[in-house]
Design a protein around this ligand. Structure first.
Ligand SMILES: [Zn+2]
Length: 430
């Protein structure tokens, strides 16, 4: 395993920058020796290895996008097949999936990343983690969590995305302390426990690492989903954000003030449309440069995720910057009735309605080319449509078209064949 020093996360800012400058230089040298894509990218932009000596010079390199990864996937690979131990891929919800090969060292890096992330979320070798996400189907996250739990020296219960009944049976048998779980599934676990008289409030579970969906709003307060869980079940909730391309997680500490960055693993920038860095605390597109990656390192990759960065010190003593919750995906921005909306804001309104059991959002263009929103939902009991409409007008200042569906029909739509996760957002715009 490579030497990464977690004490860096509580170091002086100047020391963090110095460390990142050194790792960045190694990365640039490495990709120019091994990646056909970056060799071309530097050539086309008339750049040489000696032009980039520090993070402050990073913006000389034009950022790259998911399209580059899709069109020239293998030109990003830096290690021969003999050195690859695992082939992950992206989910492909935005077109062609991208394959990310991992070397043994990358797998160790992933384990280290997740171990220090879980430790940041109050984890230790005293914990037992119940993992409710898939570990197969080339999914990096599941593998990362499993490796991280093992590296942390904690216990692992690999239940996977099994029904609520099985989750509870495992909790009863093995007394895990922590769930690694999609928060909307956590709501389902609570519902199941209530229906089946399981004393969940006195179970062994003390905390949950919430993956895939945000539990906080833009101001870092618990959103509807987070509040709904917390009101019923007073366990500690930790938000985490990650992606396959980054191979790095941003996980909250117990103060819940954004996901802590691991500066020895990644460089983050928040940039505007023109590629310039925005001010700290302002929204922009997260752009990343991975550090210490062998299989498929990335330099200035535009993630498409809109979020903001906090650089003020955190109460936990870490000096690293933190990423706020995602406002949304850049290409999911909806211009609707004079306002700009990202899907998570609509999810938040729907998550706040206890009678809604399932929902999805469809965005399409009307005959004038304007964005329109259709919300399809299933309800558990009778409700007042007027109230739901009001909720939309109060929270997002516009009311989408609302269509009630049967649970079964909607379930089929939200769980398309071969998808590793439920799909709540469909974009039919031209
Ligand atoms: Zn903190």
């Amino acid at each position: 395993m490579k030497e990464f020093d977690p004490t860096i996360e509580r170091s002086d800012k100047a020391l963090i920058i110095k460390k990142q400058d050194d790792l960045l230089k190694d990365t640039i040298k490495y990709v120019l020796e091994n990646s056909a894509f970056y060799q071309d990218h530097f050539k086309v932009n008339k750049l040489n290895v000696e032009d980039i000596n520090s993070i402050s010079e990073l913006n000389k390199i034009p950022p790259i996008s998911k399209k580059d990864l899709q069109s020239r996937n293998k030109d990003f690979w830096c290690a021969p097949a003999k050195q690859i131990v695992d082939y992950c891929n992206t989910s492909g919800t935005e077109g062609q999936p991208v394959t990310i090969p991992l070397t043994k060292s990358d797998l160790d890096r992933l384990a280290y990343n997740e171990a220090i992330s879980l430790a940041c979320a109050e984890g230790s070798d005293e914990d037992i983690y119940q993992l409710s996400t898939t570990i197969d189907r080339r999914f990096m996250a599941g593998l990362a969590y499993a490796q991280g739990v093992i590296a942390l020296g904690a216990g692992l219960v690999r239940v996977g995305p099994a029904p609520a009944e099985l989750q509870w049976l495992n909790i009863k048998e093995l007394n895990p302390t922590t769930l690694i779980i999609v928060p909307s599934f956590l709501v389902k676990l609570i519902d199941y426990a209530e229906r089946n008289h399981i004393d969940y409030q006195n179970s062994s579970i003390k905390k949950a690492v919430c993956i895939g969906e945000s539990i906080r709003d833009d101001n870092l307060k618990l959103n509807a989903l987070g509040s709904r869980i917390k009101e019923k079940w007073d366990i500690e909730l930790f938000s985490t954000y990650a992606s396959t391309e980054m191979g790095t997680a941003f996980t909250e500490c117990k103060f819940g003030r954004g996901g802590h960055e691991h500066p020895e693993l990644i460089i983050t920038e928040i940039i505007d449309e023109e590629g310039n860095n925005v001010k700290d605390g302002e929204f922009g597109e997260l752009t990343i440069t991975t550090l210490g990656v062998e299989g498929m390192p990335l330099i200035r990759f535009r993630t498409g995720d809109i979020c903001r960065k906090f650089t003020d010190p955190c109460s936990c003593g870490r000096t690293t910057s933190r990423l706020g919750p995602l406002l949304g995906r850049k290409n999911q921005m909806i211009k609707f009735k004079g306002t700009t909306i990202y899907p998570p804001a609509i999810f938040n309104v729907l998550d706040n309605q206890e009678f809604i059991s399932l929902y999805c959002i469809e965005v399409y263009s009307d005959e004038l080319g304007n964005d329109q929103i259709r919300v399809r939902f299933s309800a558990e009991r009778n409700f007042d449509l007027k109230v739901l409409k009001e909720q939309f007008s109060v929270n997002i200042r516009a009311t989408p078209m609302l269509i009630e569906e049967s649970f079964e029909d909607l379930y089929r739509i939200i769980h398309p064949k071969n998808s590793r996760k439920p799909v709540k957002y469909f974009d039919f715009r031209k």
